[in-house]
Structure formats: structure tokens, C-alpha cells
Design a protein around this ligand. Sequence first.
Ligand SMILES: [Zn+2]
Ligand SMILES: [Zn+2]
Length: 175
Amino acid sequence: MGKRYYCDFCEKAFADNAASKKNHFNGAHHHRMRKAHYDNFRDPASILSAEMAKKPCRKFLQTGNCEFGNGCRFSHLTEGRRRELEQQCQQNKEKNQNSGASGPAVVMGELDDWLTKHSQREVKGEDSGEPAAKRRKTFPDYSLPPHLVGIPNLPPSLLPPTRDDFVNLPLLEWG
Ligand SMILES: [Zn+2]
Ligand SMILES: [Zn+2]
């Protein structure tokens, strides 16, 4: 037996050659299965409206089984599942009302604050007319991580730099 190709959408294996693949991928069954798969990831509102637009699958609703599975062109939406979807729609709507629009705005507000503070700091730091002591205040405050506090004789590479370390850095020429 030659190499087989397995189609995940249809859960079906067939000969792995160009002709069989073309034949399979162009088939109506494959298209239905593929669409059904991606439909699972749509939001509940569009699933619901798509299912409501279809006629109910009598076979599925009577026996709980249908050989077409997700690819059936009739709706397999049960009463329970419909209620579940409706609930999800409702929850999404409430979520959007409560936080939705304000979510990104809060982030933008924080970003603006940060940018304002940051640019002020830079201006202060660059202003060489200011006394060094005042300028030093603009350096970040490094501190030991809590789990390292209390360990004696830490190697220098683990110690947080002090402000004086920055101020007294020798000016090196690069390049
Ligand atoms: Zn397929
Ligand atoms: Zn069906």
C-alpha cells in the first residue's frame, strides 16, 4: 500500500497523490466538514443564527444520530444546546456593556501617563544645568528581589547597582 493522506476534517484516509487529493478537497463532503470545523470557532451569535436558518435534522432529533455528523445540511441544534448558545450570547452582551469599550481606553490612559512621566524624566536628566544631586533622583531605584534579601555575601553581579555607580561611571569612548 502506498502512502496515505489523512484528512483531519473528514477523518478519512486516502491515497496520497495529487489526483486523489484534488478529488477529495473539491468534494462537497470535504467542504461541508471543513466549514463545520471552522464554524465551531465562531461566536455563539453567528452559530445560533446559522443553525436557526437551517431546517432541523429530523433523523438527528429523533434518534440522536445522523451519519452526516457535523457536515449535515440540516440543523443538529438541540433544545439544550440552543439555550446554552443563547446564554453565551447574553453573557457576551453583558460583558461588552460592562467593560468592553472602556478596556482599551484604560490601557491607553496608562500608556499616556507612562509616556508623560518618562519624557519628563528624560528632559530632567539631560538638563546639565541642574545640580548633580537633583539629577541623581531620576535614576531608577533598584532593589534586591525578596528571595535574595538576607543571603550574606552575595556576589557583586547579583547586587543591585547604586545611584553612585551610575553617576561615577567612567565615560568610555566607543568605536
Ligand atoms: Zn476532507
Ligand atoms: Zn443530520
